[in-house]
Design a protein around this ligand. Structure first.
Ligand code: FES
Length: 157
């Protein structure tokens, strides 16, 4: 009888250990799968809105995200950083003059972000734009430095 109790206890402990290890494995695998999905999800992309909200040739401020969304005359999109490339002041879009101006030392930039007036010598930084399900998504976590505007920087719907 004592022998049976020992076997039962051993068997119980083995099953308990097996169960714990199995649960741990399931937990680890579940977390790995979650992390894999998170990496694919565009968490860092800011949803600026539906493509049709933005008129061609217009500039739209997203102050809290620190960029201007410039929809060019041909329908392409550029997301321009609000940070002046001279010393980092916040630029402003002047609708009447149709250009960006820096209040600190008067640098000016066009709708592509190219320098119109110094002392800035480099185009405004870009935030990568992607269009998914007709939504304009902006990667505000990864500004791209550039010297000049280039057509390859435009994103089309
Ligand atoms: S910081 Fe913009 S012109 Fe100097």
């Amino acid at each position: 009888m004592d022998f049976i109790k020992k076997i039962t206890r051993r068997s119980f402990i083995k099953k308990a250990i097996f169960t714990l290890v199995s649960l741990e494995l399931i937990y680890v695998l579940t977390n790995l799968l979650k992390k894999g999905n998170e990496a694919k999800a565009p968490e860092n992309l800011f949803n600026a809105g539906e493509v049709d909200l933005f008129e061609n040739g217009q500039v739209y401020p997203f102050s809290t995200e620190r960029f201007y969304l410039s929809r060019l005359k041909d329908g392409g999109f550029l997301a321009l950083s609000t940070k002046c490339t001279h010393l980092g002041c916040t630029i402003q879009f002047k609708t009447k003059e149709d250009k960006f101006q820096c209040p600190c030392h008067a640098s000016a930039f066009n709708k592509h972000g190219d320098v119109l007036a110094p002392p800035a010598i480099r185009a405004l930084d870009l935030f990568p734009v992607s269009i998914v399900d007709n939504k304009v998504l902006v990667d505000t976590a990864n500004p791209v430095k550039r010297n000049k505007y280039d057509r390859s920087q435009i994103t089309y719907a």
